[in-house]
Write a protein that binds this ligand. Structure first.
Ligand code: NDP
Ligand code: OAA
Length: 260
């Protein structure tokens, strides 16, 4: 399987190391990388025996079978439709891009028409299997996520005191914190949607992990799950589990939510 990668920041580089140097994906190799810094892109491409392709449009025209996005919500919004129409599967880590229901449905239709898959790994959280089962024929009534991170992992957080930075729905949370609360959108997609999923974001100088607590209730009973994530060494905003969930999705070429 030839893989194209958009973004060679923290997650992108970890994937290059895991896939191209440590061979963690059977028969998989990142053969092309795309990003907006050509000098760095060429250096990283050389290091990992890949081709540097500056424009995503050219990556789409290349012979890769699967494209991984490890960049931003905006990159997904801009390129997802073209990637899926080109016959390539697309694995998205900035799942916040799918908060817009009409965009999500549009991609679903493209996947059906072109026989492609949109792979959405569970990212820095878990428990999505329970939500999916709970709503299959039963009633899933409430779903919430409380995210508690060190101030340095959240923009605009005071460094010295616990502060609630956001309280509202996932739809609004991802607009305000596009780099920090993608987890609320994968949770919404598995559960009751971004307008009904409640989100609280707390900056807490007393914690050194990225904590996510998910609670849900419905005809199945109640769910409570807390994950205390170690951050990635080079980007405290991002939990290590997020990149592990990408590796896991690639290993099974599957994901908890899969369209097409
Ligand atoms: N689903 C989940 O649970 C999680 C999702 N995430 C999301 O994953 C994404 C990647 O995270 P991470 O690797 O830690 O972030 P980094 O900031 O370390 O890396 C992001 C990379 O994307 C690049 N980039 C930005 N804009 C563009 C563009 N227009 N075209 C191409 N490349 C671009 C950046 O390059 P440049 O240097 O040029 O800016 C950078 O190399 C983020 O959106 C993050 O919010 C993170 C954690 C959990
Ligand atoms: O890595 C995390 O803990 C969560 C995160 O940044 C996101 O969902 O965008």
């Amino acid at each position: 399987m030839k893989i194209g990668l958009i973004g060679y920041g923290n997650i992108g580089r970890f994937l290059l190391q895991s896939i191209n140097h440590n061979h963690l994906i059977k028969d998989g190799k990142i053969t092309a990388i795309s990003g907006r810094n050509p000098e760095l892109g060429q250096k990283i491409a050389d290091e990992y025996d890949a081709e540097y392709i500056q424009e995503v449009n050219q990556l789409i025209e290349s012979d890769v079978d699967l494209v991984i996005e490890a960049a931003t919500v905006e990159v997904v919004k801009k390129h997802a439709a073209a990637i899926l129409k080109s016959g390539k599967d697309f694995l998205v880590i900035s799942v916040g891009a799918l908060a817009d229901q009409s965009f999500y449905e549009q991609l679903h239709l493209i996947c059906e028409k072109f026989g492609t898959k949109l792979l959405l790994p569970s990212g820095a959280i878990g428990g999505l299997d329970i939500l999916k089962a709970a709503k299959s024929i039963g009633q899933l009534e409430t779903v919430s996520i409380t995210t508690r991170k060190p101030p340095k992992a959240l923009p605009g957080a005071p460094l010295d005191q616990e502060t609630v930075l956001f309280s509202g729905c996932a739809e609004d949370a991802i607009q305000k914190f596009p780099q920090n609360i993608n987890v609320s959108i994968i949770l919404s997609l598995a559960g009751i949607g971004p307008a009904k999923t409640a989100v609280t974001i707390i900056a807490d100088p007393k914690v050194d992990k990225n904590n996510h607590t998910i609670e849900a209730s419905g005809s199945f009973g109640k769910l409570s799950v807390k994950v205390e994530n170690d951050p990635m060494p080079e980007n405290p905003k991002t939990s290590y589990l997020a990149v592990l969930s990408v590796i896991s999705a690639l290993q099974s070429k599957d994901a908890l939510i899969q369209m097409g």
